[in-house]
Design a binder for this molecule. Structure first.
Ligand code: SF4
Length: 486
């Protein structure tokens, strides 16, 4: 999972890219980068948080009214500096590329790019492979001459057929923005629309229009953009150098956006695929409350507390549905940045106590229902249950807004291997015992899907639920599966 943004404006674009990436920081904290363009590309990338990478002197160097940015959360490849995006290639024209997603037939396509296309790959990043494959397809269509000699319509036709070939060959999740030197800005999304991409415009006082594409629309308001719409599954949008907009879609396939965006990843104020994330979480809480009443009709907790902060909205709404008090009985320190990679269970355990602090007055002598967005390994949930007990709770119940996570994700989300997923190797009774909870409730899958799709003028066929026991959209090769979660 990563955050991407591309802006084509009429003034220097680097400050708006920086501000956008701050608003996308939750989608990746490992690394970040910006590429802008005037007569040439200007690049600044680094490891860590956006605010730690870019200094005033870097921003002054990032010249140009067009640019793209990326915040990285690596799920394939390595944590190396070489793989920090945006990436760029000089042939044809100069293309800078930022990608959110994951290619599941990477090894096959890597061979294609290196052996048949004779393009050198300097990393094990699927994004680099995608860039080189797209660039090769475009090069075949527009030739080696100056790309600016081609009319915009002809250039767009070349872009569209290059994308069609790309999606004919690759399987996986791709939302991407591209800056093409002397030509403009391009956004595209895979035919299943697995990862989000939103389009916005900003009208200037003189009537000219700036354009933005981003993983979420969370920065639009602050930058003065209005949300136009989502980039549709299988769509390419090209903003030419005269700001003319070209767009076309591939033949529609099942629209299956990732359900975890709504459960956990996306910011609550985002509107993705015409579904408001905050409202979808309220509906998750409502449905979880209904499931509780159906499953445990005799049990009414004294208080519902969220595992902060993603579960706050779900817990609030579940409390309303059950007519029970909502309390923030666990305080999360907002100033904890990243915690360094936790190599073992004991360190992970300490990290939960480092981040969360129980409030005794909200817990002592009460039957407490803890609500979390999901249970992945189970280690965090177990620790939270224990902390709540240590602060005097009489009984501790646990509810997950998400059904059991039983399978890894091959589409760009960092869900561990099946062996590490507690719901893959244990029954619900065993999980309850492991957590030390008096009762355990998982949201039924159909309740979760209903919560996401009930409202909004959306065209979602059914969200991807592969990690929750649903079907993977693509046929997966064993070797590729290992690579995607290694
Ligand atoms: Fe999202 Fe799970 Fe599908 Fe991955 S497998 S895209 S995390 S729903």
């Amino acid at each position: 999972m990563c955050g991407i943004v591309g802006i084509y404006a009429h003034d220097q674009v680097a400050p708006d890219l920086y501000d956008s990436m701050i608003q996308l920081q939750h989608r990746g904290q490992d690394a970040a980068g910006i590429i802008t363009c005037n007569e040439r590309f200007h690049v600044k990338k680094g490891m860590g948080l956006v605010q730690d990478i870019f200094e005033q002197r870097h921003m002054e160097r990032l010249r140009g009214s067009i640019g793209i940015g990326h915040t990285r959360y690596p799920t394939s490849g390595t944590h190396s500096n070489d793989e920090v995006q945006p990436l760029w290639t000089s042939v044809p024209n100069g293309i800078a590329f930022a990608h959110n997603g994951n290619v599941v037939n990477y090894q096959e396509m890597r061979r294609e790019v290196q052996e048949n296309r004779k393009r050198y790959l300097n990393s094990h990043s699927d994004s680099e492979m995608l860039l080189q494959l797209f660039a090769d397809e475009l090069h075949r269509r527009i030739g080696a001459g100056p790309a600016s000699s081609l009319a915009d319509r002809a250039f767009f036709e070349a872009l569209f057929s290059s994308m069609a070939e790309l999606f004919y060959r690759i399987a996986g999740a791709v939302s991407a923005v591209m800056l093409i030197k002397d030509r403009g800005l391009v956004a595209m999304r895979d035919p299943h629309g697995l990862r989000p991409l939103v389009y916005g415009q900003r009208e200037l006082p003189d009537g000219r229009v700036d354009h933005i594409f981003a993983s979420e629309d969370t920065m639009f308001y602050m930058l003065g953009y209005r949300r136009v719409r989502d980039v549709l599954p299988g769509e390419i949008i090209y903003i030419a150098s005269d700001r003319q907009v070209f767009t076309r879609r591939l033949a529609p396939k099942a629209f299956t956006p990732c359900i975890f965006e709504y459960v956990y990843f996306a910011r609550p104020d985002a509107m993705l695929n015409n579904v408001n994330v905050y409202r979808s979480r309220l509906r998750m809480g409502e449905n979880l409350g209904k499931a509780w009443k159906e499953t445990f009709p005799e049990v009414s907790p004294d208080v519902i507390i969220p595992a902060p902060a993603t579960a706050n909205t779900v817990a609030l709404s579940m409390a309303r549905e059950l007519g029970v008090n909502y309390s923030e009985g666990l305080y999360k320190n907002p100033f904890i940045g990243r915690t360094f990679i936790m190599p073992n269970q004991e360190k992970r355990r300490q990290s939960v106590r480092y981040k969360l602090s129980p409030q005794e007055l909200e817990l002592r002598n009460k039957d407490v229902l803890i609500v979390d967005d999901s249970i992945v390994r189970g280690t965090t949930s177990k620790e939270i249950v224990q902390m709540v007990r240590e602060f005097g709770a009489r009984r501790v119940y646990f509810a997950s807004a998400c059904p059991p996570v039983t399978q890894p994700c091959y589409y760009g989300v960092d869900i561990p291997t099946s062996e590490e997923l507690i719901a893959s190797v244990s029954t619900e009774a065993e999980i309850q015992e492991y957590l030390g909870a008096d009762l355990l409730l998982y949201q039924p899958l159909e309740y979760l899907v209903e919560a996401v799709t009930r409202k909004g003028d959306h065209h979602i066929d059914t969200p991807c639920t592969a990690c929750l026991g649903g079907d993977y959209i693509h046929k997966l090769d064993q070797e590729e599966m290992k690579r995607c979660v290694s």
